[in-house]
Ligand binder design. Structure first.
Ligand code: SME
Length: 166
């Protein structure tokens, strides 16, 4: 389906219409990552890390190739996943244990993705090439994006189980 990007549509509305719940999980995440990467301004990386029951593994994203595995509790992603909290880092050099996948990244926001049954699905990670990129308003908008995404993932996973491609 062609992304229905229109200037009068909010990101959440576009995401909602872009992702169909009868499509595979990897398809939905790939288009969600592409939409966010091409829509959010002044960012250099945006994508998903998915919880495999033990650790976070790299999922669909936009940007330079990134670290493939992040242990729970490590880096900004592993910390947000373990604490199940949004973590916004104004200056990655000030975050102990920050994992530098792209040297250009200077600030970062990571949002946990918790399914409606309470299970951790993974995280959404957005990196920016400037410090202090993410405002409270951005955080709120991204939280809404994750909420729309959770609705889609719930439906896709209920239909297809844990399969990536059915
Ligand atoms: N900086 C992240 C690692 C992932 S990359 O930014 C894509 C972290 O510290 O968890």
């Amino acid at each position: 389906m062609t992304p229905p990007l229109a200037e009068d549509h909010s990101l959440c509305k576009v995401l909602d219409s872009l992702i169909a719940t009868d499509e595979p999980l990897i398809t939905a995440l790939s288009n969600a990552a592409a939409l966010l990467y091409t829509t959010l301004e002044n960012i250099n990386w945006c994508g998903f890390y998915i919880f495999d029951g033990e650790k976070l593994v790299l999922g669909p994203f936009g940007g330079k190739p990134a670290c493939t595995v992040i242990p729970m509790g490590k880096g900004v992603c592993g910390t947000a996943a373990q604490k199940r909290e949004i973590i916004s880092v104004a200056d990655v050099d000030e975050f102990p244990g920050h994992i530098a996948c792209d040297a250009a990244s200077q600030s970062e926001i990571v949002l946990p993705i918790i399914l409606s049954d309470g299970k951790l699905f993974g995280v959404l990670d957005v990196d920016a090439p400037v410090k202090n990129r993410f405002t409270d308003e951005d955080e709120g908008e991204l939280a809404e994006v994750v909420s729309v995404l959770v609705g889609k993932l719930d439906a896709i996973i209920t239909r297809s189980g844990n399969s990536w491609i059915s």
